[in-house]
Ligand binder design. Sequence first.
Ligand code: NAD
Length: 269
Amino acid sequence: MVEKHDLDGSVAIVTGAAGDIGGGIARELAEAGCNIVLADIGVSESTADDDSKPDNVEPAEELADEIEATTDSETAIVECDVTDADQTEAMIETTLDEFGQLDILVNNAGIISYSPIEELDESAWDAVMDVNSKGVFLCSRAAIPELKDGGAIINTASIAGEISAVGIGHYASSKHAVLALTKTLALELAEDDVTANAICPGIVDTPMWRDVLTPASEESYDETIQRSIPLHRDQKPEDMGRLAVFFAENRNITGEAVKVDGGITQDVL
Ligand code: NAD
């Protein structure tokens, strides 16, 4: 008999939930029966005027409304900068106040920038490492006490957690760190029956590609898909959501990283 969790009534936090992949993960977890805490920066009216943050109020509210209209799940929107330890602890407190429990943490918030290492600003290195790697550490540390006895941590890493490319040395370093954290969390939390796994998306049509990687390339987004992906199609946020549900349900997989990349990383020539 396969050890499997029924997710009905579980509570999941998704960081970076106002973004595309976070939205896909939140939708699929809600479909599977979870109540969802949509955590992101720029999602509260009080931060909407802060120019240092994206204005995520509308996307977060639209997603919450959609989930509540199409599933039996409840949602809560929580402002949280994953690089700030106090805010990650407050996110867990708010989750407990709203839902009384926490079962699944999805560390999905992430940023990217493009620069060869020779020209890479120290501030760009720090920003990417802070959100992508330190954010996973801080959110996990804050959540662990509540996840014991059956919880799951799911990290959105990247194929850049295993390989790299010109101009993304800092991003790839941050995602390699996410895979190392995933393995360590799996080992440290096994005695408490908490699993930790990673999703490694390939190419998903989000601002990361539209605004950063495609403009830095000599080809269009569609040309990149046709050239680099053996299956000749890009990946969708919902693909990542379905894998998140699989990881959350399955109690005998831990420390794993699964690539959802249409075969890109199989190609050596
Ligand atoms: P996105 O820009 O649509 O979403 C990222 C979200 O993270 C945004 O909502 C943003 O507000 C949030 N965020 C940024 N800094 C934050 C902070 N300090 N605290 C809290 N939230 C913060 O991008 P996406 O493509 O949906 O990215 C989601 C994850 O998927 C990231 O970890 C990214 O590295 C990873 N990923 C994306 C791709 C791709 O092709 N798009 C490929 C591999 C991995």
